[in-house]
Design a protein around this ligand. Sequence first.
Ligand SMILES: *Cc1c(COP(=O)(O)O)cnc(C)c1O
Length: 362
Amino acid sequence: MSHAPSVPTLQESPDGIRPAVRAVPAYPFTPIDAAIKLDQNENPYDFPAELKALAAERLLLRPWNRYPDLHADELRRRIAAYEGWDERGVVVTPGSNVLIKLLTELAGIGQTVLTVNPTFSVYTLEAQLLGANLVQVPLQGDFSLPVAALTAELRSRPPGVLYITQPHAPTGHLDAERDVRALVGAAPEWVVVLDEAYHQYSASDFRPLVRECPNVLSLRTFSKAWSLAGVRAGYALTSAGLAANIQKLVSAFNVNALTQAALEVALEQPGYVQARVQEAITERGRVLGALRDHPTCQALPSQANFFLLRTPDADGAYRHFLSRGIVVRRQDRLHLLSGCLRVAIGTPAENDAFLRAVAELR
Ligand SMILES: *Cc1c(COP(=O)(O)O)cnc(C)c1O
């Protein structure tokens, strides 16, 4: 007589998922349907229509049944030419968020992920998912890097990866170059990631420092200034040696043919980027200037395409903006950021709508 195998109940059945993964909540982002989207720091303008058409044409000519470039070699060559970099030191992935996962795999698992607090949530998320020892040092009250405290951590711990964002997210603060250099100087055995997702808006550029130090890497993205968040691409600029080790972790054929075609066109005709960056910088000055005399809200200075608005009641202000068709991002539960909402710079008309809505706040 045969017995049907007994089916274990859910509780009895361990499912093999690592406890570190189970412990992490799902990525904390809820898409909100609003006419004016100022919650993801995107470029308010789409990729130019004529370039979109060129990219679509190019995609039509390519075979879809064939795998794309193994490591996006043609794209890496073009990024290298654009950035004035050795192509062996370029790694491309579908978004810089993927690179953050791989860098955490490279130097974080079983080792240390060191960053500041508050910080870009993906660094801490990946550290937790991958079971790295996450260490966060509080930013100073003016949002500048806690150089002495970070240096003490760098010197006292076995190495891992250090994540620094310049300009910083979510504060928009840009640090003095000597402070970033001091940290890099204290971390010769660490992988040091300088995330420059917003560097166009601050006219800052850490390529010279990265060129000097083979363990340092600049992380860049097509998602913000380039208007290509939907296409998903980011890249690292670093030494050939570090790039070769990161590349081992990149899955083969990671950058798809659509993304490759769009980016090739963008890199051939990148002129639209600077014009849009210039407008965002002008608009940032206008919006921050208009908020200077607000009776209850304070707009904090920023070197990025977003800024923090400190309100007396973040929940009330958030809901007020939503009622006016504007979605922003709450940051008020983060260290140093009580009452703060993060607001992206939009088109001039969107910024006007935001200013009208904020003027109604008391
Ligand atoms: C937006 C952003 C990125 C870009 O991520 P992608 O995956 O390339 O879209 C990277 N770092 C920071 C700090 C960001 O804010």
